[in-house]
Design a protein around this ligand. Structure first.
Ligand code: ADP
Ligand code: MG
Length: 296
């Protein structure tokens, strides 16, 4: 186990993100490889709160469908460091960039693992809030796991906040944090609401999964046609008012049913994680579906 941050030797950079860098590191004593996410929290109160919040969430999680966080360190320089399981094959974003499209069988394996991860999170009253290809990581076995809890919400806490904040509009920080979730994968109800984390929040994760699944088959972001300029307004219109889904002709009936249920605009009618886990698109996949097809 990693007891001291100074035992970790930085090897390469694995990724950049909001306020932080993720390094590949070696633990000198055990010779094990980890991913180290370093958030510099001195620059902004929002980032500091977000990072402390992420640490609180991560420490509670233990699932084979969630990227494991082994330890959290707070350095005197004001950084927060997460020692995480190293996901050797990068993210689904990287995988899509190279492979362009994935087969339905592979996508089914991805959907299954993300749903199992969401089932675990939602069971703990946690809304991920930022399900998208760059936050779905792949290990050496081709297994997909959910990562990046930077904008996650614990429902109970949000509810309490909402009660306390009813009169004094003291939620600027929260709104700013919520905005950092990528708009492209946000559900209509979330785009429509400054506040999230109520009962509809769980359904927002399902919507995001629907966008990811469709993107994997189509080969590009699926809610805006290729010709259109991808500005924010067009994006939000496509999410909230887009009439029909552009389903590839080759898509199987099982795939169509699954994606339609995830991308149901009215969150009350959307499939729940439990329901979607029982859909034929998920249950019919072959046992090897999550191995070869993802690896780049
Ligand atoms: P951010 O909040 O900045 O988006 P992420 O946790 O999503 O941070 O990490 C950013 C990127 O770094 C990811 O998209 C991925 O490419 C890489 N990365 C993050 N965690 C790991 C990990 N455990 N193993 C391998 N790569 C990782
Ligand atoms: Mg991320």
């Amino acid at each position: 186990d990693v007891e001291n941050i100074s035992d970790l030797k930085k090897l390469t950079v694995l990724g950049h993100g909001n306020g932080g860098i993720v390094y590949k590191v070696r633990h000198q004593k055990s010779n094990s490889i980890y991913a180290l996410k370093v958030l510099n929290t001195t620059s902004s109160t929002i980032i500091r709160h977000q990072a402390a919040h992420e640490a609180e969430i991560l420490k509670r999680l233990d699932s084979q469908f969630i990227v494991k966080c082994h330890a959290v360190f707070y350095t005197i320089e004001g950084e927060i460091c997460f020692v995480m399981e190293h996901m050797e094959r990068g993210s689904l974003f990287d995988s899509l960039r190279v492979r362009k499209k994935l087969s339905e069988d592979v996508i089914s394996g991805v959907a299954y693992r993300v749903l199992k991860g969401l089932q675990y999170l939602h069971g703990m009253q946690i809304i991920h809030g930022d399900i998208k290809p760059s936050n779905l990581l792949i290990n050496g076995k081709g297994e997909v796991k959910i990562a990046d809890f930077g904008v996650s919400r614990i429902v109970e806490e949000t509810r309490n906040n909402n009660n306390h904040n009813n009169n004094n509009n003291n939620n600027i920080g929260e709104a700013a944090i919520a905005c950092m979730g990528t708009c492209a994968y946000m559900s209509p109800e979330r785009v429509d609401s400054e506040r999230w984390g109520g009962d509809y929040g769980f359904a927002g994760d399902v919507w995001s999964l629907g966008v990811v699944v469709l993107e994997c088959l189509v080969g590009h972001y699926p809610l805006i046609g290729f010709g259109e300029k991808p500005d924010l307004m067009a994006l939000i219109c496509a999410i909230c008012f887009g009439e029909r889904l552009e389903m590839p002709e080759t898509a199987s009936p099982e795939f169509r049913r699954f994606v339609r249920s995830c991308l149901e605009k009215d969150w009350r009618k959307r499939g729940t994680v439990e329901e979607l886990l029982a859909y034929p698109f998920v249950t019919k996949r072959s046992s090897s579906s999550n191995i070869e097809g993802l690896i780049i």
